[in-house]
Design a protein around this ligand. Structure first.
Ligand code: FES
Length: 103
């Protein structure tokens, strides 16, 4: 059964900036882009960098260490040096709260 978990207040999110949240023992980064919220693993797949501190360009986040770019929609790599995609999580916003879906 799919499970939704409350991880943040929507008011804590600002366009173009990431925040870190921890849920189910995982470190996640949340981003708000054009009013839509995205959740992605916070750890870059190339090294020990936190994507919540990355630069947002469109629907991509750029790693602050070596500038790999990941899609916030599906975690795919747009440009290296990272080669492995980052995991993304379904998000729902309801009543001013942000929920992540665990399956
Ligand atoms: Fe993210 Fe190298 S640690 S691109």
């Amino acid at each position: 059964m799919d499970k939704w978990t409350d991880v943040a207040a929507q008011a804590d999110l600002f366009e173009g900036a990431g925040i870190a949240v921890t849920s189910h023992g995982l470190d996640l980064a949340l981003f708000s882009v054009e009013g839509e919220v995205f959740a992605i693993d916070n750890l870059c797949t190339h090294g020990n960098a936190r994507l919540c501190e990355g630069f947002v360009e469109g629907h991509h986040v750029e790693c602050p260490f070596h500038q790999a770019q990941f899609s916030l929609r599906d975690g795919s790599v747009r440009c290296g040096p990272a080669t492995a995609p980052a995991r993304v999580w379904p998000v729902r916003v309801e009543g001013g709260r942000v929920y992540i879906q665990w399956s």
